[in-house]
Design a protein around this ligand. Structure first.
Ligand code: ATR
Length: 298
């Protein structure tokens, strides 16, 4: 990578950003396509966010940036236009700058769906029953992605019931009569439910810590082929995924979603076709990231 006066800048804006994997992903792609770009972390504390975001579009050689925790919602009011998915999810994780105007997108929406298609090519979303654990920041892109893919039913379990109710009503605004049911988190939920889900997705932060317990008992799925998906990728196998594997259930962690949302963002910034070119990068990126995570002791 050679930096010169023509180098254009990309980056990730958040607080903290010390552990983000986005710079290694995007700089890998930049090298691969021999582009005169660099991707940097922008760590901006809450006190400085407003000042920073108001000025950032005036950097003429800034092509765009990702936004991560805690600014995915706060950034919206500063944008010139945002995509329809980002409006419904009410979160932007990708900004493209054109002529000093900022355009917002949500590539998590794409990353989630594509990660399932890539890992379970036989799985068809249409008509499926999905159980989603959690109703926080990560859950909206997942829920919208599923509901827009014509699933039959989405059941949301959340520790705080009112947060699940709020999520349901937000999702209803952007969709035509979606089939969503919400319950309080219940370890024995699967024992009590008549119709078992085809896919279970953990969107909560439970599993990040070694001491975390699993949120639901998967033993009632023993006879089924339910896909168990945990958005957490660090650790690579949470207790939830370990428990699923012990029952012989198919599992997926969040690493591919991370890679695929990044590929989508990169495609938005560079115009490189996602399907033809970038998808070839998934395998080498996955191997790279596994090495990085391993070197961090995971
Ligand atoms: P965010 O900022 O993205 O909302 P969060 O506060 O960590 O992140 O919460 C994400 C999700 O994890 C929420 O659904 C949260 O449940 P609540 O709505 O009840 O807060 C869930 N969550 C976090 N810690 C949890 C725990 N110990 N047990 C069950 N759910 C938990």
């Amino acid at each position: 990578m050679k930096i010169n006066g023509n180098t254009r800048i990309l980056g990730v804006l958040g607080y903290p950003v010390k552990h983000t994997l986005s710079p290694p992903i995007h700089n890998f792609l930049i090298e691969k396509y021999k582009l005169n770009l660099i991707y940097l972390p922008f760590e901006v504390s809450k006190n400085n966010f407003e000042k920073f975001i108001k000025g950032i579009s005036h950097i003429d050689n800034l092509s765009g940036f990702n936004i991560t925790v805690p600014y995915k919602v706060d950034v919206i009011k500063h944008l010139y236009r945002i995509s329809s998915e980002a409006v419904t999810i009410n979160a932007v994780n990708t900004v493209k700058i054109k002529k000093n105007k900022m355009y917002g997108f949500n590539s998590d929406y794409f990353g989630f769906k594509r990660s399932i298609e890539l890992n379970f090519p036989k799985f068809k979303f249409r008509g499926k029953r999905v159980l989603m654990l959690g109703a926080g920041g990560a859950s909206k892109a997942v829920a919208l992605s599923l509901l827009k893919s014509s699933i039959r039913e989405l059941v949301i379990l959340n520790r705080t019931y009112k947060n699940a109710v709020r999520l349901k009503s937000e999702l209803q605004k952007g969709l035509n009569d979606p089939n969503i049911t919400v319950f309080r988190m219940d370890f024995e939920y699967l024992k009590k439910s008549e119709l078992l889900p085809d896919l279970i997705v953990n969107t909560t932060s439970v599993g990040l810590k070694k001491t975390d317990k699993t949120l639901i008992d998967l033993k009632y799925l023993k006879q089924r082929n339910t896909i168990i998906y945990d958005l957490i990728y660090n650790p690579s196998r949470t207790k939830f995924l370990k428990s699923a594997s012990s029952y012989g259930l198919p599992v997926l962690n969040g690493l591919d979603m991370l890679i695929l949302q990044a590929l989508k963002s990169f495609s938005i910034w560079t115009g490189i076709s996602l399907e033809e070119e970038l998808m070839r990068s998934v395998n080498p990126l996955r191997e790279n990231l596994k090495k990085i995570l391993k070197s961090q002791g995971v």
